[in-house]
Write a protein that binds this ligand. Sequence first.
Ligand code: NAD
Ligand code: AHE
Ligand code: ZN
Length: 368
Amino acid sequence: MKTRAAVAFEAKQPLEIVELDLEGPKAGEVLIEIMASGICHTDAYTLDGLDSEGLFPSVLGHEGAGVVRAIGAGVFSVMPGDHVIPLYTPECRQCKSCLSGKTNLCTAIRATQGKGLMPDGTTRFSYKGQAISHYMGCSTFSNFTVVPEIAVAKIREDAPFQTSCYIGCGVTTGVGAVVNTAKVQVGDNVIVFGLGGIGLNVLQGAKMAGANMVVGVDVNPDREEWGRRFGMTHFVNPKDVTDIVAHLVALTDGGADYTFDCTGNTTVMRQALEACHRGWGTSIVIGVAEAGMEISTRPFQLVTGRNWLGTAFGGAKGRTDVPKIVDWYMNGKIEIDPMITHVLTLDEINQGFDLMHAGESIRSVVVF
Ligand code: NAD
Ligand code: AHE
Ligand code: ZN
């Protein structure tokens, strides 16, 4: 079949809207009609050539929602007509990682996924006879995409696509980092660095968990109003203070119980670790740093009891947890609608990247 898609032909170049050839689902695979897809900073990082696994040409996008249109042989967990969210962190429920009960990082298809391939080592997308790589196992910047069954979460049919697509990455990552990874408790003090599409969801997760102080840190002053809307109690612009770590440690009476990096900046990751309370504070790296960057701190920071953790997809097990997060949204436990600041057509997708880089959007969503 044919599908309209936004293709990343080259790094640092705008996406091009073209008609691709798409092969139908093979055994264990699902064809999804994508109805809406958010644009996450990770898409921009890959398009900018900063991802060590980045491939071109490829169909980016990993924050989608849509409807199953066809299934391959042996697919039993979804059927045509089901509303679904594709998962860049699949859940096979059989691999060592899934069975460990200790992680959401299913390893069943990670090797081929990182090479832009389906599990059988081939692609379903092609253009003028040339293979086009998949991205994060999702490729949601296409009207139709094919994904493995283990990378599909079935969701309720009354959830709007335009907002629930955000649960495919940003919402689950931010809220999940608080409830699954940090396990923030009532009365904890929390600091969130970077109040964009992920950081605002960390804020609302911290509020939901009953945190005491919820401090937001961002270099963009417009983010203060956004943060307050989602539970932030204090705002600090690093440009307004001489020593951001000393300022935050004083503000939180010795440091935070939990800090979260939602910037991808390795200098900020160090600040987040060092703004943790001596003896027990834990810092969680969410941001994705560009290829080649490394984090550092004085080992003394760890010797004196600070903990450095990271999280992917908020520690969520996609097929199990995503439908529950959709319920949280539909029942009003978490908010999504105000964070969708821009709704674009596929032809307008490059504007979404421009808005993100200009700090003018929280989430842009492409509707098909
Ligand atoms: P975004 O562009 O919407 O938000 C980033 C925010 O960080 C902006 O508000 C920006 O002003 C702020 N910022 C930038 N530099 C800063 C600094 N030095 N100090 C303080 N604030 C600063 O991006 P997003 O979509 O929220 O993504 C955030 C990061 O999380 C990216 O690195 C993205 O790749 C990563 N991410 C990781 C996961 C995961 O599973 N670990 C999932 C989604 C996104
Ligand atoms: N490919 C990069 C790393 C990118 C990365 O860390 N991705 C996150 C999700 S970001 C979503 O917006 C992730 O899930 N990581 C775990 C994994 O298995 O990819 C690199 O550095 O090579
Ligand atoms: Zn993302």
